[in-house]
Design a protein around this ligand. Structure first.
Ligand code: ZN
Ligand code: ZN
Ligand code: ZN
Length: 363
């Protein structure tokens, strides 16, 4: 879908929900619409997109050369060091009373804008952009597929035992995975989690100096960016022969993950997919140890709409891309998670990650 089409869809949705001007700063909405990503700086960058007029990108003069300016999409309004960019934005907004501002805009700018623009209403820009960005067009799905394939080549090496674990620190293994993700084509690495032994029970464990031993669960969760779109996958491996208790726990997560993928059919409420995974894990006796939602949308951001979580009744739409990543975490002992990125299509759910889910015994 062209950027012009995206802008047209955004305007239509602004019209439908009653937003007179959209103000985009940090975050993924701006690059999604214009191809330009604002730097997270103390200088304000902001696209002012009125429902009824031309869009203008207010940008620090020194950053203007980095803007790929498409005059069909927006006007460029560089501001110099002695100007007040909040004033520039306020003038472009004019008398429009219903505004939506990027969720990630620095509070300092939101507060200054609120002081300048009196008697207006504010919403988060994601109210406008969230449902639109959640539905990926074919080029976006292709980019997600390339990112998933790059991550899969690393996951495949991991489960094949090509990444040595025993005797190395978590941090060392994380650096190894980081380098492999780069080598497989990621432009940027967003995160690498390596949780071994008792640390595998902490879902977002920060890899540290712990040396990985024999007979341990190791949760490896990593992701990066290819052409702007994110990968995110998790495999749990075991160093040495897993005891029966761990095999049972792992099998429950494996069943939960597969059942949730199967349930990810267009039209199904997001919370029902979470419910499917949760029921399997509850029946295995580990309900309280599944401490997070089943999944999150993914695209230009690692976590975005739609969220597969209790309370989200929105139905899946063809083009929704999201993780399915149930886990069980037994405090102080061990944990397991299996995560793939899935796209909802008219022909059913498609897993972009395809590395085996069978429990890999590695060294
Ligand atoms: Zn996570
Ligand atoms: Zn992950
Ligand atoms: Zn994830």
């Amino acid at each position: 879908m062209s950027r012009v089409e995206r802008v047209a869809r955004v305007r239509a949705r602004m019209e439908a929900i009653g937003v007179d001007a959209l103000l985009l700063s940090l975050g993924a909405d701006l690059p999604w619409l214009t191809g330009y990503e604002a730097m997270p700086l103390e200088r304000l960058t902001m696209l002012v997109l009125p429902a009824d007029g031309d869009a203008t990108l207010v940008v620090p003069r020194l950053e203007a050369p980095r803007v790929q300016h498409d005059p069909g999409l927006f006007r460029l309004r560089p501001w110099s060091e002695t100007e007040d960019p909040v004033q520039v934005v306020a003038e472009l907004v004019g008398a429009r009373p219903r505004l939506a501002v990027s969720d990630r805009t620095w509070a300092t700018f939101v507060l200054q804008l609120q002081a300048s623009l009196r008697g207006v209403s504010w919403q988060a820009a994601s109210v406008v952009t969230g449902p639109l960005r959640a539905v990926k067009d074919p080029e976006e799905v292709a980019a997600l597929r390339r990112a998933a394939a790059a991550a899969d080549r690393v996951a495949a090496a991991l489960v094949a035992g090509e990444v040595r674990l025993v005797g190395r620190t978590e941090a060392d293994v994380a650096a190894d995975l980081h380098a492999r993700l780069r080598a497989e084509g990621h432009d940027r690495i967003n995160f690498v989690i390596v949780g071994s032994g008792p640390n595998s029970a902490s879902p977002h464990h920060e890899p540290g100096p712990r040396i990985i031993g024999e007979g341990e669960a190791v949760v490896c969760d990593f992701g990066g960016t290819v052409d702007g779109y994110c990968s995110d996958t998790t495999r749990t491996v075991f160093t040495g022969l897993p005891p029966a208790e761990f095999r049972d726990l792992y099998a429950a997560v494996q069943r939960a993950q597969a059942s949730a993928v199967e349930a990810a059919v267009v039209g199904t409420p997001c919370e029902d997919i979470d419910g499917v995974a949760r029921r399997v894990i509850e029946e295995a006796g580990y309900g309280p140890q599944f401490v997070h939602r089943t999944g999150h949308g993914i695209g230009l951001e690692e976590h975005e709409d739609p969220y597969l979580v209790g309370g989200n009744c929105d139905p899946l739409v063809a083009g929704h891309a999201f993780s399915i990543e149930p886990g069980i975490y037994v405090d102080g002992r061990w944990g397991t998670r299996i995560e793939d990125i899935v796209v909802a299509t008219g022909a059913g759910p498609e897993s972009l990650n395809t590395v085996s889910h069978d429990l890999a015994v590695v060294a």
